[in-house]
Design a protein around this ligand. Structure first.
Ligand SMILES: [Fe+2]
Ligand SMILES: [Fe+2]
Length: 169
């Protein structure tokens, strides 16, 4: 069984993952406004991944006989974004989530909760991937520097992204 501290932190993380999903859904809508269907595809896959992350924490908490407390999900605030600022915000958000996962891992260790410590390993690796894939798009966007031809090619590449097998629960 978890300590109350670990249980509360996992509940908070379920909310953060759902907020992440909500943020990516807002980014998909914003990409549609920018006329970038490949970006819509990329952000919607990200949205689905974040829902799967929330579900992973949810299922784990129930498996360990914990109690789930669902809180309100914050409203994502986006304003007149460009393709580049959307991805910069996505990276900043993923870095924030990485910090939360590390804090959660520190807490599990401090509470001698070995099961949670091991459970979080998957998320540590996942965050490395999330940051790297987001950073790769930022690098491309900086390279084309707003050039429409370049943006068109990046959009076409993002349109080809499919569900990754490593993220299937
Ligand atoms: Fe996540
Ligand atoms: Fe993420």
């Amino acid at each position: 069984m978890h300590s109350t501290k670990v249980q509360n932190a996992i509940n908070k993380q379920i909310n953060q993952e759902l907020y992440s999903a909500y943020l990516y859904l807002a980014m998909a809508a914003e990409s549609d406004r920018l006329g970038l269907p490949g970006f819509v595809n990329w952000f919607k896959l990200q949205y689905a991944e974040e829902l799967a992350h929330a579900d992973r924490f949810f299922t784990y908490l129930l498996e360990r006989d914990g109690s789930v407390e669902l809180e309100a999900i914050a409203r994502p605030e986006l304003k007149s974004e460009t393709a580049l600022t959307l991805f910069e915000r996505a990276l900043a958000h993923e870095q924030h989530i990485t910090k939360l996962i590390f804090d959660l891992k520190d807490l599990a260790r401090a509470e001698s909760d070995h099961a949670t410590d091991v459970f979080l390993e998957w998320f540590v690796s996942e965050q490395v991937e999330e940051e790297a894939s987001t950073r790769a798009v930022i690098d491309q966007l900086r390279m084309v520097d707003g050039n429409p031809n370049g943006l068109f090619l990046i959009d076409r590449e993002l349109a080809s992204r499919q569900v990754e097998s490593s993220n299937e629960a």
